[in-house]
Design a protein around this ligand. Structure first.
Ligand SMILES: NC(=O)c1ccc[n+]([C@@H]2O[C@H](COP(=O)([O-])OP(=O)(O)OC[C@H]3O[C@@H](n4cnc5c(N)ncnc54)[C@H](O)[C@@H]3O)[C@@H](O)[C@H]2O)c1
Length: 428
């Protein structure tokens, strides 16, 4: 029998429970072993044991300073980093210093300076970092990658990506730790790294420079739907929630009459001294909810990106223009969350520049979370990359760092009103 690879998890987060801890215990247990859990909040260990009773016997370690002891006592081969974004760098660097492999949730780090530190540390280490960019694994993204590799649209000249995050999902970022730049790097890092990495991977190029604009238009105390000035409110006890358009859009007037999403609905929020329903109109919010950016890649592809975190529906429109044609992917998130009927949830079209007409491509959707991407990603992580896949799909530290640097570049460019280069942020 193959030796099971041993993993310790730093950050018993909602994502950590769903994406790593549960699958390690219940799906990949013959191939990998969960040997330790670390978090700063002891309640997270209780949540874990409640969800997965078999985890109750796994040693737990409290606080960053327990990392060395955890490694000494549990002898992991790899560290899974799944806590708040700003904590990732600490554990990645500690793990690399001990020659351990790392699986890091996106974003790899919350600043470009930390991303650079990780790249430097990885050079000196026997350990390797993998970043879990699950969007690469969606059925449409994989098919687009294949079409590009097959040369169906020739050399990719320009890309347009508009990502819309609806008033439920978008607002959720402004209720949680993500709303402070110190924790998440802002949404151009926390969320956009998914989108920025996707495009870099599809075109097979590294970003060189970015010019961007960004603004806080919907949330924060100046949000146009703010029913009342004043900080510190929470939805659970808010006296003006029936006057809050965001709350009314997604919740009934009785408890329990609400929709669920990826972030808030899977595991009941249970943390010490921290709530996931903080008011989206708090004046302390210091991140943006709207970005537009113009990016240039090292292979000459130009990339126009925009993202909005308060859209009536959730979805995206991705267009790749090439010297021989165009690929267009339009995706509406689950039909139940679109406020109006849509013909199809997701369409993928290939349009040659000359010759025959449009080809509609029907992709086989996978089962499981995030459009079937998470189970495929888990298989690659815990069984090894799928030998039947003809192209690399796992993201390494460099791709993780480039996405973080581009995300930070967007924010810096918007703030400083100038072109920002990846060279200045990453030194490469
Ligand atoms: N790939 C995806 O689709 C996806 C989806 C959601 C979240 N994520 C990522 O997963 C990670 C967790 O996000 P979440 O929303 O599930 O988080 P969460 O709010 O559920 O949990 C955050 C955890 O971090 C812990 N923590 C805080 N400081 C810590 C420290 N210094 N050391 C160790 N743990 C610490 C908290 O106690 C908590 O358990 C984030 O990096 C996020 O970006 C990825």
């Amino acid at each position: 029998m193959e030796r099971r690879k041993r993993y310790a998890v730093c950050g018993v987060s909602n994502r950590g429970l769903n994406m790593f801890i549960g699958p390690l215990l219940r799906t990949f247990q013959e191939h990998a072993e969960l040997v330790g859990l670390l978090d700063v909040d002891p309640r997270r260990f209780e949540v874990c044991a409640r969800l997965y009773p078999e985890a109750a016997s796994i040693p737990v370690f409290l606080g960053e300073e327990a990392f060395d002891r955890m490694v000494a006592e549990t002898r992991p081969d790899g560290i899974i980093v799944a806590g708040m974004d700003s904590t990732h760098a600490t554990y990645i660097l500690k793990a690399l210093a001990k020659d351990l492999d790392v699986i890091s949730e996106k974003p790899m780090t919350s600043t470009a300076a930390d991303a650079k530190r990780v790249l430097e540390a990885e050079k000196k280490s026997k350990g390797r970092v993998t970043v879990t960019f699950n969007v690469r694994y969606t059925a449409e993204a994989r098919r687009i990658k294949e079409l590009v590799l097959e040369g169906r649209i020739g050399r990719v000249t320009s890309v347009d990506l508009n990502w819309s995050i609806d008033t439920h999902h978008g607002a959720s970022y402004f209720m949680r730790w993500n709303r402070m730049r110190a924790n998440s790097g802002g949404l151009s890092i926390h969320k956009s790294t998914h989108h920025l990495d996707l495009v870099s991977w599809l075109v097979g190029q590294a970003p060189l420079e970015v010019f961007a604009h960004g603004a806080l238009n919907y949330y924060g105390d100046q949000g146009p739907e703010n029913p009342k000035t004043g900080d510190g409110r929470r939805c659970a006890s808010c006296e003006v929630k029936q006057d809050c358009a965001y709350h009314r859009r997604w919740n009934g007037r009785v408890a329990g009459g609400s929709v669920k999403d990826d972030h808030l609905g899977t595991v009941k929020p249970d943390y010490t001294g921290y709530h996931t329903d903080q008011c989206i109109f708090d004046s302390r919010i210091d991140i943006e909810d709207t970005y537009t950016a113009s990016i240039r890649f090292d292979g000459g592809t130009l990339f126009s990106y925009s993202v909005n975190f308060s859209s009536p529906y959730e979805g995206l429109r991705l267009i790749l223009h090439g010297t021989k044609g165009r690929i267009e992917w339009t995706h509406y998130h689950a039909a139940s969350r679109t406020p109006f009927p849509v013909a199809e949830e997701s369409t993928l079209d290939l349009m040659p520049l000359f010759g025959s007409g449009r080809e509609r491509i029907h992709v086989v959707q996978g089962l499981g979370s995030h459009g079937g991407s998470d189970p495929l990603l888990q298989e690659d992580l815990f069984l090894g990359p799928d030998p039947k896949r003809a192209y690399p799909i796992q993201s390494n530290a460099l791709a993780g760092a480039q996405a973080v640097a581009l995300g930070e570049g967007i924010w810096r460019s918007a703030r400083e009103r100038r072109l920002v280069t990846m060279e200045e942020l990453l030194g490469c």
